[in-house]
Design a protein around this ligand. Structure first.
Ligand SMILES: [Zn+2]
Length: 110
């Protein structure tokens, strides 16, 4: 299990790639200027790197690797990030509820 990273740590990992602009150029070429999230053409100005495996779960190498980034519109990227954050919050809430009911059940049995 990967330990939880702080937002500051994740931000540092996002910028840790030796040359972000050059990586964006490479994946823009590789992905043919098509946003890999919505499938529509993307201008170079509107292009961003979307990390397939979330940065919070990545090793340093994975965070830097071209294999872990795809071309995405800035807006598509933000929407996916927001959805992942939401899913993470729901997961945390579910985990708390699960533990709470497990405690209730254990108390009932003891
Ligand atoms: Zn898109």
């Amino acid at each position: 299990m990967t330990k939880k990273r702080s937002p500051g740590e994740i931000e540092r990992m996002r910028k840790d790639t030796p040359n972000v602009t050059r990586q964006l150029n490479r994946i823009y070429e590789r992905d043919g200027g098509i946003c890999q999230l919505c499938g529509l053409p993307c201008s170079r100005e509107d292009a961003s790197r979307d990390h397939i495996k979330e940065l919070r779960l990545c090793t340093k190498e994975e965070a830097r690797s071209d294999d872990n980034v795809v071309l995405a519109h800035k807006k598509c990227n933000e929407e996916r990030s927001a959805a992942l954050r939401m899913a993470e919050l729901v997961e945390e809430r579910l985990e708390k509820l699960r533990n709470k009911y497990l405690r209730v059940e254990l108390n009932r049995l003891s």
